[in-house]
Design a protein around this ligand. Sequence first.
Ligand code: G3H
Ligand code: 13P
Ligand code: ZN
Length: 284
Amino acid sequence: MPLVPVKELLQKAEAGGYAVGAFNCNNMEIIQAIIEAAEKEKAPVIVQASQGAIKYAGLEYITALTKVAAENTFIPVGLHLDHGTSFEQTVQCIRHGFTSVMIDGSKLPLEENIALTNRVLAVARAVGVSVEAEIGKIGGTEDDITVSEWEASLTDPEEAKHFVEATGVDALAIAIGTAHGQYKGTPKLDFDRLQKIKALINIPIVLHGSSGVPDEAITRAIQLGVRKVNIDTNLREAFVAGVREVLEKDPKQIDPRKILGPAKNKMSEVIREKIRLFGSAGKA
Ligand code: G3H
Ligand code: 13P
Ligand code: ZN
């Protein structure tokens, strides 16, 4: 089927009390792994492209590959811009056929983040594309910050309420203790904060930096209102593990298909596990 609006996927997730997996793609094998896993689990799924992915593969390739994948499957697939950096980029993605865009104004002062998000919404609304924004700052696991800086980066529930009221945005990414990349220890999520935010806003909440978050914490976050869970790092790990395994066993292997095929299968297994964890299996 054609790419579906992410808003629809998240509304169903809200009604069903589960979360849709949003998996970062960078090449054909990752997109195939996502779709194959979602098919096996009969789950709706979101393919998303980061800044790095767009630089590496190009918007045209990512869009074309994901469109072909979606058109040749029975499961609903959405295509989303991850951490969009400018109004212009969100418009480019919309023009290419993305069904959702994130505008990440989290580094801006609150009112500037609101103004930028509203500018994107004015265009996206006109063509039925959903918009995700970010309040609080979801950093990287490599960020060297103090405890007080870390606390200050978490989402303030009242700010989140004000942001949603001032924009009418479709989904909100929040900072409750997760970070992008490989964690050094076990991340501790601020569930009280999540609960407060959920009580004040009635739109789907997005959890970033979800690779490496313990399963029980993901389950709890979904119970408390998370409806989109972003996974990238776990796919990178699976991809590299697959490549390593082949080359360690057979260092003379030179057929890319024999190296990338097993890497794809490893990613697909990880994605299937995540889909089951998020409760979206069987919801296609
Ligand atoms: O949110 C960030 C992604 O996980 C990775 O971004 O592809 O630009 O390195 P990147
Ligand atoms: P991880 O790489 O930590 O899974 O985060 C992915 C993400 O949040 C993409 O926006
Ligand atoms: Zn992210």
